[in-house]
Write a protein that binds this ligand. Structure first.
Ligand code: SAM
Ligand code: SF4
Length: 465
């Protein structure tokens, strides 16, 4: 899961070629994106909608007429970062030039009017299902009013909109296949901020992925909160995720396909068999566990036990012996005892994760946990447990890389290494980053690299002729 929790400002750069020519009244849009990959795609959808309404994307804040902040509510610190940023925009508005400020995404949905009341710099608040209303809302803002639409939808998938790609490498891209979530994990704001789960028409998914391939992209990641529950009625039959995945795999063997996220309660053997059948379906499974303790999983309303999770890990190992496995872990959830925490550490060792995203539990308003459970693990204990989890994962990640020494992998080149202009970096099917000498290779090429060295984050190797 690349760049899961980073900030990205979206820019026009090489894309200007595809955009409508500026007219006298063209407005400049600057977008900052916080949070998950789904937000990255949403910003691309928003840009596509506004490009049809005389906006042009800029990476220069100084020339923006409209600043949109695409927000994340998953943890409190994500919201605090956004609030700090909004206030910076407020100061800039006073000291430099006039522009409108819009907050879009999960925080807009969660806070609604309260955001306009508490952050007076904000002119516009738009939830994740209301982006088509942006042009109309912006007219309201232009006439001096505040604009707000936080209606959630049971149908909206933006399936017909071709997102304006903002990624920097022009090699890999995200494709949303569904929106919302029906799982209601006790700690999570997503069902509240993104609404009920709905799947996107498979024809539009295959078309978008094909177009990306034709433009030179070599990797797509299909996105949903729980991709295993993807369903589409087609000629009276249910099209399931594994069938959709196979259709995307068949676009071209040179197009690598990844997906995120799988839910352990729904991950089927059929899916694993499809991945095993197609070499271009990447051998990297992200299977968030959250906790290694069945009693904590119960309190989290995750709907699986430690035993069920381990049984799924064994299934992955047996169908996909060379797959990497990554996860998400929450430290210090409501009522978590020392013994329950130790079970998380022991599960991590048992699985031997290649990679993990690790978080301290953050109570979120209006969730089951906030209303019914006590956030009773003291802050210092949460921090200590998180450090223990991070330290253990550091060792497991290093071991995972060491296991690759002496092996040769097919690598998709993504770009220049940050540390050396003489080196490129790319990824293996297992989603491990590899750095190697440049030679005559360029982004988008496939090459075989033999692994000679590693750190806990990166493989280092030489191209094999
Ligand atoms: N739908 C995916 C799943 O269930 O695996 C993940 C979606 S969520 C955007 C990404 C991760 O954030 C979760 O897997 C969980 O580890 C973490 N997360 C969600 N709510 C949290 C909370 N209240 N406090 C800390 N971490 C949280
Ligand atoms: Fe949140 Fe659970 Fe849905 Fe993932 S599956 S988005 S953690 S409610």
């Amino acid at each position: 899961m690349k760049g899961q929790f980073g900030k990205r400002s979206l820019f026009v750069g090489k894309w200007s070629f595809f955009l409508p020519l500026p007219t006298m009244s063209t407005r400049k849009l600057y977008i900052e994106t916080y949070g998950c990959q789904m937000n990255v795609v949403d910003s691309e959808v928003v840009a596509a909608i506004l490009l049809q309404h005389n906006y042009q994307v800029t990476e220069e804040l100084d020339e923006a007429d409209l600043v949109l902040v695409n927000t994340c509510s998953i943890r409190d610190n994500a919201e605090q970062r956004v609030r700090t940023r909004i206030r910076e925009f407020g100061r800039l508005k006073e000291s430099s030039h006039s522009f409108a400020v819009g907050v879009i995404g999960c925080m807009a949905e969660r806070m609604k009017e309260k955001l306009l009341e508490e952050e007076t710099t904000v002119d516009l608040v738009v939830g994740p299902d209301a982006y088509r209303d942006l042009p109309a809302l912006l007219q309201e803002v232009e006439s001096g009013q505040k604009g707000i639409n936080t209606l959630l939808s049971l149908e909206e998938t933006y399936g017909d909109i071709r997102p304006v790609r903002m990624d920097s490498n022009h090699v890999s891209s995200f494709v949303a296949i569904m929106r919302g979530c029906n799982n209601f994990c006790a700690y999570c704001v997503v069902p509240g901020t993104r609404g009920r789960e709905r799947s996107r028409d498979p024809e539009t998914i295959v078309r978008e992925s094909t177009e990306l391939f034709e433009k030179g992209y070599r990797e797509v990641t299909l996105l949903g909160q729980n991709v295993n529950s993807y369903r589409w009625k087609e000629e009276g039959q249910d099209l399931k995720f594994e069938e959709l995945l196979e259709r995307v795999a068949l676009i071209d063997p040179q197009l690598r396909v990844r997906f995120a996220t799988s839910h352990p309660k729904d991950m089927s053997d059929e899916l694993l068999k499809v991945i095993a059948r197609h070499p271009n379906l990447c051998k990297a499974i992200h299977l968030p566990v959250q906790s290694g303790s069945t009693t904590v999983l119960d309190r989290m309303k995750r709907k699986y036990s430690r035993e069920h999770y381990m049984e799924r890990i064994e299934a992955i190992r047996s169908y996909l012996p060379d797959a990497s496995i990554s996860t998400d872990i929450i430290a210090g959830y409501c009522g978590e005892s020392e013994e329950e925490h130790l079970q998380t550490l022991s599960l991590m060792e048992e699985v031997g994760y290649d990679f993990a995203y690790m978080f301290k539990y953050s109570e979120r308003p209006d969730t089951f946990a906030a209303e019914k459970l006590e956030d009773d693990v003291p802050e210092d204990v949460k921090s200590r447990r998180l450090s223990e989890i991070i330290e253990l994962q550091g060792k497991l990640s290093l071991q995972s890389k060491k296991n690759d020494l002496g092996k040769t992998y097919e690598v998709l080149v993504e770009g220049s290494s940050k540390k050396s202009s003489e080196h490129l970096y790319g990824r293996t099917s297992q989603n491990k980053v590899v750095v190697f000498p440049k030679g005559k290779l360029k982004a988008g090429d496939y090459t075989r690299v033999s692994i000679t060295d590693c750190t806990s984050a990166t493989l280092i190797g030489n191209v094999v002729n």
